[in-house]
Design a protein around this ligand. Structure first.
Ligand SMILES: NC(=O)c1ccc[n+]([C@@H]2O[C@H](COP(=O)([O-])OP(=O)(O)OC[C@H]3O[C@@H](n4cnc5c(N)ncnc54)[C@H](O)[C@@H]3O)[C@@H](O)[C@H]2O)c1
Length: 282
């Protein structure tokens, strides 16, 4: 199912969504508004393949042939023959909505649309396509780095057909992922759990109960987590966590109010690993 895949957005997420789709033997078209970024994405994917992806899952030969299966699409018109289009552009409803509404006129009736949004309502995004397409519209929330993280939250919108949902669950399994079905609520399931956890970790630091380093150690050695909450915030930029918590705060109230300490860190420019300083110094 979904033999011809299109991915819009060749950034951190889109590029690797293209990669895992191609690894499963599918033909992939990858489009980005910025052509240079597509070239950069392809060379990053080459690097990932050289380092070695999870070969256990993929058939020998399939891995070797993978890059020729990802073709750059200069514009969305080339997506006319796609069975599935996954959108992974900036987290902005206007930008995403415009792409879906254009694709709606370009692709055929059977094409399924999926968004990788982390925080925009899937039902709201589906309203950017014609009513007849809405049964084929859903969310696929992949996790970073997509080539390594197994989980995908699959989110039906209000009008998503059960067969389309089922096909998407099967597609995710077929590309080596483990899908879970999640209702279209703000933050879906994982980000709600994660940010409740991060906020409590920050309260511990604010109260002087333990240092960020020790809390990260506690999570790794006591809870078996692969990475502690402060290391994770540094890796993904603290400002992104503030943004997500503001969205969760709007939806669920005070339990998700971003902590003053993290806002201070961002204001001071200590935004994480990328700038050399966050909860840790790099
Ligand atoms: N980064 C994460 O950990 C993560 C995790 C889950 C979901 N997401 C979601 O995935 C989506 C993409 O995130 P990302 O981290 O890959 O962002 P990114 O900034 O790395 O990549 C976005 C890409 O979209 C391109 N783009 C923007 N407008 C476009 C347009 N009109 N047409 C074509 N391309 C366009 C940009 O040039 C850029 O290359 C967002 O919705 C984000 O919320 C991100």
């Amino acid at each position: 199912m979904f033999r011809k895949v299109g991915v819009v957005g060749a950034g951190l997420m889109g590029a690797e969504i293209a990669l895992v789709s191609a690894l499963s033997g599918r033909s992939v078209l990858l489009n980005d508004a910025n052509r240079d970024l597509t070239e950069k994405a392809l060379s990053r994917l080459n690097g990932l393949l050289e380092k070695g992806v999870d070969r256990g899952f993929y058939e020998a030969g399939v891995v070797e042939d993978v890059m020729p299966r990802i073709e750059v699409a200069e514009d969305l018109d080339s997506f006319a023959d796609r069975d599935l289009v996954i959108e992974a552009v900036f987290e902005d409803e206007v930008v995403k909505g415009d792409i879906f509404s254009r694709l709606d006129h370009i692709t055929s009736d059977h094409t399924v649309f999926a968004s990788n949004t982390s925080s925009i309502s899937i039902t709201a995004l589906a309203s950017h396509v014609q009513e007849s397409r809405r049964k084929k519209f859903l969310g696929t929330h992949f996790f970073s780095p997509v080539s390594r993280m197994k989980l995908v939250e699959v989110i039906p919108a209000l009008d998503t057909d059960v067969d389309v949902l089922e096909s998407m669950m099967n597609f995710c399994k077929d590309i080596g992922k483990t899908p879970i079905k999640v209702k279209d609520v703000v933050g879906f399931a994982v980000n709600r759990m994660l940010h409740a956890f991060m906020i409590e970790a920050m309260r511990l630091v604010e109260e002087g109960v333990a240092t960020p380093e020790d809390i990260d150690l506690a999570c790794r050695l006591g809870l078996g987590h692969a990475i502690g909450p402060f290391q994770l915030m540094d890796a993904t930029q603290i400002s992104l966590s503030v943004q997500v918590e503001e969205i969760l705060h709007d939806a669920y109230g005070d339990r998700f109010k971003p902590r003053p300490l993290m806002k201070q860190m961002v204001q001071a420019g200590y935004n994480g690993k990328k700038v050399g300083r966050g909860w840790y110094k790099y």
